[in-house]
Write a protein that binds this ligand. Structure first.
Ligand code: HEM
Length: 185
């Protein structure tokens, strides 16, 4: 069944969502980091920022599907098993990544709401989460930016851990999340 993990690898659904979200995160970051390419007030600037909002909210929607897929069974075993402290650290990192993927888009939606604007999501106008309050919008924007910076670190460390396990420890940690690859080292 495409939703359920096996003993050796994540489900097809989890693998697909994982890699789609990697691409989405890259696009969400790129849209906001490169917004300066377009002058303020231009159509290009408005479009690239709208894309940041829309793909950011897509991450918020997809993360619940990932949590659902994850809740359907236990994670495939790592062979050979890592020491308990490493397993605990990995769990902590996964929890932090989920909090980031849920919290950051919500903070973004709160900024736009407090600025007095609505957000378009694939042609649907989403209602504001809170009333207009410019001072609060500035405050939430700082939290959102901090969350974005923390996200860079979490994603970077998560990717480095995968590379370390694959090339140095040579276990099946990364293979469990690879499409169409054998899942044992
Ligand atoms: C996982 C999803 C998201 C990530 C990783 C993310 C990350 C970021 C980052 C890194 C910045 C730039 C900070 C800076 O300039 O230093 C930013 C700005 C911003 N984001 Fe997000 N964001 C996400 C989702 C959203 C969503 C869903 C919305 C709105 C619905 C949103 C609204 C904003 C706004 C309004 C700004 C400020 C833009 C400006 O200064 O012109 N973000 N975000």
């Amino acid at each position: 069944m495409p939703w359920k993990n096996s003993d050796t690898r994540y489900s097809t659904m989890s693998i697909a969502l994982h890699w789609v979200m990697v691409v989405l995160l890259a696009v969400v970051y790129a849209c906001i980091e490169f917004r300066g390419v377009f002058p303020k007030g231009s159509g290009g600037r408005a479009l690239i920022v709208e894309m940041h909002f829309m793909f950011g909210l897509t991450i918020f929607v997809l993360v619940w599907l990932r949590l659902f897929a994850r809740a359907l069974g236990v994670a495939p075993k790592i062979v050979p098993a890592p020491p308990p402290w490493q397993a605990a650290l990995a769990t902590l990192m996964h929890v932090a990544l989920y909090v980031f993927m849920i919290g950051t888009p919500v903070l973004g939606w709160l900024i736009v709401s407090a600025q007095g604007h609505s957000v378009m999501f694939y042609g649907i106008e989403l209602p504001p989460l809170i009333g207009e309050n410019k001072d609060l919008a500035k405050q939430i924007k700082e939290w959102h930016e901090l969350s974005g910076t923390v996200g860079y670190w979490l994603i970077g460390l998560h990717a480095l851990a995968g590379i370390y396990h694959h090339y140095i420890v040579r276990d099946n940690t990364a293979l469990r999340m690879m499409p169409g690859k054998r899942a044992t080292p």
